[in-house]
Design a protein around this ligand. Structure first.
Ligand code: NI
Length: 402
């Protein structure tokens, strides 16, 4: 009798690898921005159809896909991949480099998509001979890069059982990690990635001749004072053991050398690890901008956009992941992540709804100590990491029901 415990998973995965690597390269060559992933959506649908995996293929604006495999337990385990690319001109020189000028898979979501397709291929084959212990939900979501596609997938019923399959009781997701060697994985309980907010600040003064500044109100001097004072949110408002980043990333003003302009525009980002600190940073930024502008005879208008929440891992889901990963990877290669990192992820929205574990999948090739970072034009996912991601996803999906 075939049971899910006697299956040689590694060899099943290896049989799929040549085709899966070809799929990864095809996705890499045809990257699409958030909510425009129509071709990618077509590849995912084609794959699920060939496997006989039931799916809803037009979620979250049309490009999100929810696949489903039945199993014995009442509740499903969900596996998630993001499928979108970035507006970057690729410089990898790969033979399968982007054919879409100015768009690139610089965050490795081509790898994530391929890993989830691979897990669906292997699990659907196993499910032909032996009923899976748990139903599995495959979540292919659009628009991770700023479009909050994950939020829409949750809102449209991917976790609560209203779309396809039963409700989800735990979810797992991964990100290729260019700071970790191939063959290692890393995660942590609690906050793993930051809340990522952004803002636009306009400071309006009174323009005048640069030779007679006393007759105007200079918004550049006011803006410069705001930039300096905003650094004190981290150094003087938030405790030294808590974390906050306030970065001002644009400062636009003026037209020429002898005119003091009417207005300056500043933009930036705020990263935090708790709702309290997020609220505090927003309030302080508002107070600093308003009052410093007023002291300069100017007026400030802050547009603050609350972005992705903190990506918070459920301690029990992390424990489940680590227990599955240790025998697969070797105990030393399941590396505790010491600190959260201040990047953001919309996997956080799933974690607000159900117990979740997000983990980092090592990508640095053997024999190297570093590789290009995420969002760099020379970044490329490591094909050797695909099989590891697929095996971990499959074992998480097939873990026995306690
Ligand atoms: Ni990413």
């Amino acid at each position: 009798m075939t049971t899910t415990t006697t299956i040689d998973l590694k060899s099943l995965i290896q049989q799929e690898m040549p085709e899966l690597i070809a799929i990864r390269h095809d996705l890499h060559a045809h990257p699409e921005l958030g909510y425009q992933e129509n071709r990618t959506n077509g590849v995912i649908r084609r794959e699920l159809e060939q496997m006989g995996v039931e799916y809803v293929g037009d979620l979250a604006g049309g490009t999100g896909v929810l696949g489903h495999l039945p199993g014995q337990h009442d509740h499903a385990t969900a596996l998630r991949a993001d499928i979108d690319a970035l507006p970057i001109v690729e410089q990898t020189g790969a033979v399968y480099a982007s054919q879409h000028e100015g768009v690139m898979h610089a965050c490795g979501h081509d790898g994530h998509t391929t890993i989830l397709v691979g897990a669906a291929r292997v699990l659907s084959k196993i499910a032909r001979d032996a009923r899976l212990p748990r139903p599995v939900s495959f979540i292919f979501q659009p628009a991770e890069e700023g479009g909050a596609g994950g939020k829409r997938m949750v809102e449209e019923g991917c976790l609560n059982g209203s779309r396809l399959g039963p409700s989800v009781e735990s979810i797992f997701g991964l990100h290729g990690w260019p700071h970790l060697p191939l063959g290692q994985v890393s995660t942590r309980p609690g906050p793993m990635l930051a809340a990522a907010d952004m803002f636009e600040l306009r400071i309006r003064g009174t323009g005048c001749h640069a030779a007679y500044p006393h007759v105007g109100h200079d918004p550049i001097v006011a803006g410069a004072a705001v930039v300096s004072a905003a650094q004190q949110i981290a150094s003087r408002n938030v405790g030294p053991l808590d974390s906050v980043v306030v970065s001002i990333t644009q400062f636009h003003a003026g037209t020429t050398h002898n005119i003091i302009p009417e207005e300056v525009l500043l933009t930036g980002t705020v990263r935090t690890l708790s709702p309290e600190t997020q609220q505090l940073a927003q309030e302080r930024l508002h107070e600093i901008a308003t009052n410093i502008a007023a002291a300069h005879g100017c007026e400030a208008h802050l547009d603050y956009h609350v972005g992705y929440p903190v990506t918070r891992n459920d301690p029990k889901a992390v424990q489940t992941f680590e227990e599955i990963a240790r025998p697969v990877m070797g105990a030393d290669n399941v590396v505790p992540m010491e600190h959260p990192v201040m990047g953001g992820e919309d996997f956080s929205f799933y974690g607000q709804a159900v117990p979740a574990c997000f983990f980092a999948l090592g990508l640095i090739p053997d024999g190297q100590t570093s590789m290009p970072d995420l969002h760099q034009p020379t970044f490329d996912f490591n094909d050797d990491a695909l099989a590891i991601g697929i095996e971990l996803f499959c074992r998480l999906a097939m873990r026995p029901v306690a």
